[in-house]
Design a protein around this ligand. Sequence first.
Ligand code: BG6
Length: 484
Amino acid sequence: PETGCLSIVVLGASGDLAKKKTFPALYHLFLQGFLHPGEVHIFGYARTKISDDELRNRIRGYLITDKSASTEHLDNVTKFLKLVKYVSGSYDSEEGFQLLDKEIAKHELSKNSLEGSSRRLFYLALPPSVYPSVCKMIRHNCMNKSDLGGWTRIVVEKPFGKDLESAEQLSSQIGQLFDEPQIYRIDHYLGKELVQNLLVLRFANRFFLPLWNRDNIDNVQIVFREDFGTEGRGGYFDEYGIIRDIIQNHLLQVLCLVAMEKPVSLKPEHIRDEKVKVLQSVLPIKDEEVVLGQYEGYRDDPTVPDHSNTPTFATVVLRIHNERWEGVPFILKAGKALNSRKAEIRVQFKDVPGDIFKCKRQGRNEFVIRLQPSEAMYMKLTVKQPGLEMLTVQSELDLSYRQRYQGVTIPEAYERLILDTIRGDQQHFVRRDELKAAWEIFTPLLHRIDDGEKKPLPYKPGSRGPEAADELLAKAGYVQTHGY
Ligand code: BG6
């Protein structure tokens, strides 16, 4: 592993993302010994004029939410906060970033005895509208200058633009300032345990290799449901909608890992090459294979316009035009304010040919990967019902992580991904051409929605979403099994 000074700068230190995800992830990395006090400093940067201690107290509030926290936890938080400093400045002024650079350099000097390179990680927990100016400021003022080597990297998060054109514009603005190996585009779904498991599952098991194709699989569903609405972030959400918020990034990334061919190796470029090929093979979306919804009450939010056309629910069928997947619908479904919170992949197999048991009535073979909550994988299959009669019944081969891996803590997506950025591993990050291909798929549909040509259907909060979505699912070939 590299040694030397590591400076992690969280830009937008007082914002929501920093509070909910970035600082807690850094704290957990610290707890696990990945951020050594002898090497690391964390800088918060934002416009608000506050002191180091004020920032530390805020972070303390994010990390200690439980009044009965143990003294060990309190001590650890105090130790962690000793690594944190604050610099205030605007996102487009040289002064602020010059000051930031000075502070980083001071810290690097103080750790000089370690002998090693200087590593600078800039985490932009900011709205994308300021990415170009912030990147410019970093590039002009804050790059690593150590003779001993090291690097400067930036971490950015979606929304990367609103459509193909704006995303490409943003990409080229950032691309003029940083090279692709310096840019880490986070999609936090790629940091989830069971999403990372997809590669292993598919390519390290003989079971799946011969079955994973159009000859055996009837349809694939990738589903995201939340049982709460957009309260508190209606302003942001209304500008983007469920397709840009969840489907075009999180669910599409999952689709890539389910559908891609085996990469040449685990090298990030090899994996991403295969993902791009899948995205480029997706056919234009058909209007009749889209159902949009908006939950009743969504527009009551004062930050949402009265006549908003923004979908809070969508089911979209994607079709991959290649040898493996021709004819297999990939149904992507996401919704807010539904009846449950769940994210899962359901791979449904075709009926058994020449069935002598009439097991079709009980449901098909289905392989389900539950990303959250309670990570699990299970295979629905038909077995003989125990007893004297020759009857069949649907049962499961069930790998529930909570039972199988008792006592193992599954790391948070952000924790893992931030560690990757420090280690310089881009395997779980989105490459520029991948992003472009993802926008190419959805831009025509998004434009039709933005122009009001395609309207969402109303649905009741706490429901399954519009009924038309279930009809589309059935039309695409999905056969509902028991208990679903
Ligand atoms: C974010 C979306 O990217 O993902 C949110 O902006 C959504 O709208 C969140 O709630 C879901 O993440 P997770 O990890 O809770 O499934």
